[in-house]
Structure formats: structure tokens, C-alpha cells
Design a protein around this ligand. Structure first.
Ligand code: TYM
Length: 382
């Protein structure tokens, strides 16, 4: 019998069958033909596409049609500031930056401090805001173009978001959110309302421009349920349905049965970790290797079920030839898990050192990226 797994924005449990998830959510796989179209538009393909990490979508063909016609579209993605940022969160953002650079498009980046307060990650909203601004440094450190990127905290621009959220909320029943998210009578009413807020940026550019602008959302597949609802509501409000492109989830350091999760620190590499601590965590990671060195040498390992291999493929090794070699020499048993982890640990430590430097520099750039009510009302008037 197939193993059960659960994927919602707030809970990911069990070993995920990503093809089944496509069926369950009703999304489309990214096939060769679509990859070719993306390649033509973007002038190349990011390894996260060729490696099948971004693997599912909704209406991406339509976005490419619009792009080919020379029509505008914009990107929208986000962060729920519950803690420090980990490498899993960064993955869709790295890809979003590639899309922005390759296609020259505008990006709205929503930081949902309200969500993390409502879902009880924090005792008070101020703490959630503080973490939100701190996470913004990690986003900026990735090198987004400030002239095309607006980052906002929900609570700071709620005056503009609220009228749009109300129009969305009026069209979502409790039955819908109960069916989609599994809410019960013990969920608070803010949680029940929350999807209306995450839906708003899908329509924000259309509201500001006074005409419909298509929206593409790069995100982990776990966030899709919010946007399924947003897509249902969009035509009723006279807007386009948002399009999506979904990534698979970076697994836990402790095994493929779980995702890298901020709520289980030993599962994750946080981008603010001391490089030495991260190094030690990587050396503790579970692998797909043999039980003993002798067995490994004799039968080889299995990268398909190895979190360490997935870290190479998802984030720490963009060189195809090198990755292929890691894969092959693992399978033949030539490459030992200890050596493989040591090399990954070096890559992780060097990434962290560079990122943390850029993060320091990001403090001075914060004002260039943060969207305010003043700017929004100027944009709306224009
Ligand atoms: P959050 O902060 O949980 O996650 C931020 C982004 O990271 C993705 N993600 C992962 N991707 C790969 N591997 C993982 N282990 C992993 N864990 C999380 C998420 O899918 C997400 O894309 N409610 C949202 C914030 C939000 C948002 C959005 C996200 C608001 N608007 C629009 C995406 C698009 C949240 O809490 O994300």
C-alpha cells in the first residue's frame, strides 16, 4: 500500500510522492515542450528546471504567450517570517531572481508577519515584524534588482491590502477553507481569514495599474492550496487567475521522510548558522549509502534516497559534470559518504560565509526595497 503523506502550507508529513501531488492538487507537470518554451524566452534554463526541482505549474503557457506578445506580467513570491531563513526557503527565491534577471520583470515579495502571529509562531505581532525585517536582509542579499523589487510586510501596508482582501474574503466560504486546509472548530478566525491576505498580491498590480496584469508565482508546492482558492475567486473579481510554478521541497538533513523545516532545527541549514555548526550538522546527516564502508564499496549507494545528494542537486552544485560524477561514483561505491559529506560541508560553509557578508551589506539597502503606504498611494494615483 502506498505510504500516506500530507502537504499543506502549515504541515508537510511523510515521504512525498510528487507525481501524486500533481494529481491531488490538479496542477500540470513541466514537460519537455514547456522547458523549450522557457528556454527560448529566458535565453537558457536554470539547473533547477533541468533537474526537475521546479516540476509543476498552473497556466505557465499563458504567461509565456503574454511575454512573447510583449505584454507585461509580474512575479510574486513570499515568506512567512517564523524564524531564521533556511536553505529550503532560499530555493524558490534563487529561482525567482533568475526569472527576474532573465525576463526583466517586476517582483512583489510579501512578508506575512500577520500569518505568523495568527498561527501562533509568536506571542506578539512586534516579534513577528522584527523577524520579518530580519528575513528581508536574506532576501535582499540574494541580489534582487531594487528598481524592480518591492518587499512589504502585511501589517505595514494593510491600508492598501485590506480592501482587496475583503473582496476576496467575501467569496471564500468556511466550507472551502475547511476542505482545503483541514481547519476545525479550534482554529481561530484569523487563520480562517488568512488566505484572503495571501491572495491580495496576485491582484495588486492590476489594482495599482487600473488594468489587468498577469501574475506568476514561483513557490514551493506546499503553498499551492492558497492559490487554488485565489484562482477560483479571481474571475469573480474580474482579475486574471494567477499562474504558478512549483518546486519540490528540500529534504531534512535527517532523511527523505521529511522536509527541511524551521521547527526542527536539526533538520535544517539556516542561512545565519555559524559555518562551523552547519559543517557539523552536515557531517551528521543521513545518507543513502551502505551500512558499512565494505557494503558501500561492494553494492554502492543510492543518491535517489540520499538527502546529502539532494543538497548538491538542489542548491550547492550547479556544475552538471560534477553532479553527474557525484551521482555515478556514489552508485558504484567509489565515493564514500564521509567524503561526500565533507565536500558538501565545505560548500555549505563557503556559501554561508559569502551570504552572511552580503547580508551585512543588505542593512544599508533595506530602504531601497521596502514598499510603504506612501509609495503605494503614489503608484495608485499615477
Ligand atoms: P514560508 O516562509 O514557509 O516559505 C517560503 C518559501 O519557501 C518554500 N519552502 C521550501 N522550498 C523548498 N524546500 C523546503 N524545505 C521549503 N520550505 C518552504 C515555500 O513553499 C515558500 O515558497 N505563507 C508563506 C509566505 C507567502 C508566500 C507567498 C510564499 C506569502 N505569499 C507567495 C510563496 C508565494 C510562507 O509561510 O512561506
Amino acid at each position: 500500500m502506498a505510504k500516506e503523506f500530507v502537504v499543506t502550507p502549515w504541515e508537510v508529513r511523510g515521504e512525498i510522492d510528487y507525481n501524486k501531488l500533481i494529481e491531488r492538487f490538479g496542477t500540470e507537470p513541466i514537460d519537455e515542450e514547456l522547458l523549450k518554451r522557457i528556454e527560448t524566452a529566458a535565453g537558457g534554463l536554470h539547473p533547477l528546471l533541468t533537474r526537475g526541482v521546479f516540476y509543476s505549474h498552473r497556466d505557465l503557457n499563458w504567461i509565456l504567450d503574454e511575454y512573447e506578445k510583449g505584454n507585461d506580467f509580474f512575479l510574486y513570491t513570499g515568506r512567512g517570517p517564523s524564524s531564521e531563513v533556511h536553505v529550503g526557503h532560499m530555493l524558490p527565491w534563487v529561482f525567482t531572481k533568475w526569472l527576474q534577471d532573465s525576463l526583466g520583470v517586476k517582483l512583489y515579495f510579501q512578508i506575512t508577519d500577520d500569518e505568523k502571529f495568527l498561527f501562533r509562531d509568536f506571542q506578539n505581532l512586534e516579534e513577528s515584524q522584527r523577524v520579518g525585517y530580519d528575513n528581508a536582509l536574506d532576501i535582499i542579499a540574494l541580489g534582487f534588482d531594487p528598481s524592480k523589487t518591492r518587499i512589504f510586510l502585511d501589517s505595514e501596508v494593510i491600508r492598501t491590502l485590506y480592501p482587496i482582501a475583503l473582496r476576496v474574503a467575501r467569496r471564500i466560504t468556511f466550507s472551502t477553507v475547511k476542505a482545503v486546509f483541514g481547519f476545525t472548530h479550534s482554529n481561530n478566525v484569523g487563520e480562517i481569514f488568512y488566505t484572503s491576505i495571501q491572495a491580495v498580491p496576485c491582484f495588486l498590480e492590476s489594482v495599482l495599474q487600473g488594468e489587468n496584469v498577469p501574475c506568476l508565482i514561483p513557490c514551493g508546492i506546499d503553498q499551492d492550496p492558497h492559490f487554488r482558492i485565489a484562482r477560483d475567486v479571481a474571475p469573480q473579481l474580474g482579475y486574471y487567475k494567477p499562474a504558478l510554478i512549483h518546486n519540490k521541497l528540500v529534504p531534512s538533513l535527517q532523511g527523505m521522510h521529511a522536509k527541511m523545516s524551521a521547527s526542527i532545527p536539526a533538520s535544517a541549514i539556516f542561512v545565519t548558522d555559524d559555518p562551523q555548526v552547519a559543517r557539523e550538522n552536515v557531517m551528521e546527516a543521513v545518507t543513502g549509502g551502505g551500512a558499512t564502508v565494505e557494503e558501500h564499496r561492494k553494492y554502492g549507494g543510492n543518491p535517489d534516497i540520499c538527502p546529502v545528494y539532494h543538497y548538491y542537486a538542489y542548491f550547492f552544485d550547479w556544475d552538471e559534470d560534477h553532479l553527474k560524477k557525484v551521482n555515478e561514483t556514489c552508485r558504484t561505491g567509489e565515493r564514500l559518504c564521509g567524503d561526500c559529506k565533507a565536500e558538501l560541508a565545505d560548500r555549505v560553509a563557503s556559501f554561508l560565509e559569502t551570504h552572511q557578508e552580503k547580508r551585512k551589506e543588505a542593512r544599508d539597502k533595506l530602504q531601497d526595497f521596502i514598499l510603504t503606504e506612501e509609495e503605494l498611494s503614489e503608484l495608485e494615483k499615477a
